[in-house]
Design a protein around this ligand. Sequence first.
Ligand code: ADP
Ligand code: MG
Length: 354
Amino acid sequence: MFEKKENKPTGKSPKLTTLAELGEFGLIDRLTRQVKLYHPETLKGIGDDAAVIDAGDHVILLSTDLLVEGIHFDLTYMPFKHLGYKAAVVNISDIAAMNGIPKQMTVSIAVSSRFSVEALDELYAGILLACETYKVDLVGGDTSSVAKGLTISVTITGTAQKDEVIYRNGARPGDLLCVTGDLGSAYMGLLVLEREKKVFQVNPGMQPELTGYDYQIGRQLKPEARTDIRNLLQGLGLKPTSMIDISDGLASEILHLCEQSQVGCKLFEEKIPIDSHTRELAVEYKIIPSVTALSGGDDYELLFTIQQADYEKVKEVAGITVIGHITDKSTGKWMITPDDKQVELTAQGWDGMK
Ligand code: ADP
Ligand code: MG
């Protein structure tokens, strides 16, 4: 059935490409380059936070995310209930990023014998709490054993009216770049947890020193999806031209948005909303505060663009910050520092490799 091309003995071994050479985004591009769509109902396939499927008078949104132990979570400081909650929330966030309403999810787990039934009960208590909070129906999944570790795969659907859907590719030069909430705290929470883990490894008798970091640790261990933004925008009579959720860090998401929209941008470093305590903590950890937002990740806020004419609608709204604007593609993608230097925006990709 398949044409046999490779693996013929040639005497010399072919040069194989390492994953690191391509990076996460290069790999996705390569693997999906030859994808063909066979159904006119598939309005949007690969390339956004969720696929968009025509369902007659409305659309269905469809998205999936994989969480792997050791890459996306560390059970030394991530309680099972939180892990379950987060696994659901990261998917709900992708529906929020399309301006949709989350509806159904399936949950698949691959578990090694290291885990107890009670641990998995807790995991599901977290998943079900998220389902209750966000009104999502758990409708199926799959269960497998695996040699090592724990992997959780969640798939989610959502709905929206056709004209409500907000894609990554609608940003136009002149649009304003906006962000919800504040960024970087989840990353600082992770660093605090990592530091306490190291202390614990050296001295197991020691209690972790986590008081005073509640906001940062909460952002890391119990993130929320911004499903409330849909109503907020509706109330303001505002439809963003593009939108994406911030799962991997602001820099990476801005680049996705610009690439999908075929535009450039100017981001103003001093405008990035960062909690004041997170700023202080970053300095204490010898990290430039903006880096926690740019390269951190796990914030699950929304990044979106609006037409300049809509500025009046957002300028007084608490929890929405204008952080820059969209430019022509040829101008490039830049961050302007407070001392007016231009730094090219770059992102590492490979979630978990940070
Ligand atoms: P997100 O950060 O919102 O989870 P990703 O960066 O993981 O999105 O993925 C970008 C796009 O590539 C999405 O449309 C996603 O569905 C698609 N994608 C990711 N991995 C694969 C894969 N292995 N095969 C097909 N499509 C993929
Ligand atoms: Mg996303």
